[in-house]
Design a protein around this ligand. Sequence first.
Ligand code: ZN
Length: 251
Amino acid sequence: MLAYLDSTEAAYVRSFRAHVVALPPGGVVLDRTFFYPEGGGQPADTGEITTGDGGSVPVVGALRSGPQVLHRLGRPGPRTAPLRIGSEITGTVAWPRRYAHMRAHTAQHLLSALLFRRSGRRTRSARLSAAAGTVQLEPEGSILPEPEEIAAEFGSWVERSVPVSVRFVARSEFDREPGGRSGLRPLPASVDPVRIVEIAGVDRCPCGGTHLRSTSEIGPVTVQYGARDPTGGTRVTFVLAPDPATPTRSG
Ligand SMILES: [Zn+2]
């Protein structure tokens, strides 16, 4: 079960109990997980799995494997007994890394939305890192405003502490009203329900990533435009200010 998808608050769970359901070579599959597997431009989580007897194994990455997450394991700590199917573990997500990705991911949604509003150009792809991100815009559309202007508009949405929400809608409902900047790459027909991430008043987008509760946690950004790529698309990069205090919860 991909528990990190459940709600906005689920993205803030950094420690959780789960049971081992499979042990493929070099990894473990759990019955529920809050580790984000690499995908959609957002890097995978890392962290640790601890066992009831005090053992620990680092989680060095996570991959989506069908409906499950394969947690890639590093070298176990000393006196750590091998994991067994059915045993209970505690998973702990490496928080500063994950929270940085949540900030960058939410910043990307807001930036993509503002760029779309101003130019009609949708985001073709995005790549995120801990402190920055890149948005690749489609070529069709009007001229972009100056990057400083976009950054200032971005800042006004951050200052207003606009809520970010997650909800699931039936596929038929989504198809009737997919939202402005969606649809550049059609969702696979098998996606139902559709997970919608909404920044109130500015963006609504199907996404399976982890995001913030509020735009206020993003903080200010700087924005730069790169050269046009051979297909006429434009690369837009953004850099976040250093991390503010990080609110978390356990689950
Ligand atoms: Zn997202």
